[in-house]
Write a new protein. Structure first.
Lengths: 161, 71
């Protein structure tokens, strides 16, 4: 075997140069590129997770707000119902008071009318009695009765003077 | 009391002598004069009505019925 040292050295150097050139011009850029791609993937994943998280937060906020709005609306509805009930009660009481006032007024008017009618009737009755008595006395009193009446009148006059 | 007041006595029938005497005594004691004017007034229905000056004393049946009417 004929081993030539200078050729082996030359091959080694040649290989080293090729290896070095390949490492410098091919391996490092490729690794760099792969690293960059990996970084991009990681960033994209991060962004996606972030977006998902934000979406979840938005959904939570939305349902929270909706629930709060529904609660508020329910409160307002209850309040409106209460106010309507109170108003209805007030209106009914007002109507009752009006009816009572009218009834009292009518009763008072009736009482006044009744008293007036009673007084009128009493007047008429008294007048009737007076007229009848006048007619009866004119016919029934005789001379002796007249004399007795005059005596009685004289006694009354003595008391009056 | 003044004796100058005129006294008018109204009745349904004329007063008897006794009644006139009683009336005269009464008027003399209370009014100061026994003189009076007699009048017959059938509308009285009974009793007497005596006017002394401007004061009237109505003891007649008509007067009593009027009081009843005015109640």
């Amino acid at each position: 075997m004929d081993i030539k040292l200078d050729q082996i050295l030359f091959q080694i150097v040649n290989f080293g140069v090729v290896f070095g050139a390949l490492t410098y011009f091919l391996y490092k850029p490729v690794v760099k590129m792969l690293d960059e791609r990996a970084k991009k993937v990681v960033d994209a994943e991060k962004a996606s997770n972030e977006a998902l998280r934000e979406r979840e937060e938005a959904e939570t906020l939305k349902s929270k707000t909706k629930s709060q709005a529904e609660k508020e609306a329910g409160k307002y509805l209850e309040k409106a119902k209460e106010q309507a009930a109170t108003y209805k009660k007030e209106l009914m009481q007002e109507a009752k008071d009006e009816v009572k006032a009218e009834r009292d007024k009518a009763m008072k008017a009736w009482e006044t009318e009744k008293a007036s009618m009673a007084r009128e009737m009493q007047k008429e009755f008294t007048l009737g009695v007076y007229t009848v008595a006048e007619k009866l006395l004119g016919k029934a009193v005789d001379k002796k009765a007249h004399a007795d009446l005059i005596d009685k009148s004289l006694k009354e006059l003595a008391k009056a003077l | 009391m003044s004796s100058s007041k005129s006294v008018v006595v109204e009745s349904v029938i004329p007063l008897s002598a006794e009644q006139k005497r009683v009336l005269s005594s009464l008027l003399k004691a209370r009014v100061g004069s026994e003189k009076f004017t007699e009048k017959v007034n059938p509308t009285l229905l009974g009793g007497l009505r005596v006017s002394i000056g401007t004061t009237q004393y109505d003891m007649s049946l008509t007067g009593k019925l009027s009081q009843l009417r005015n109640i």
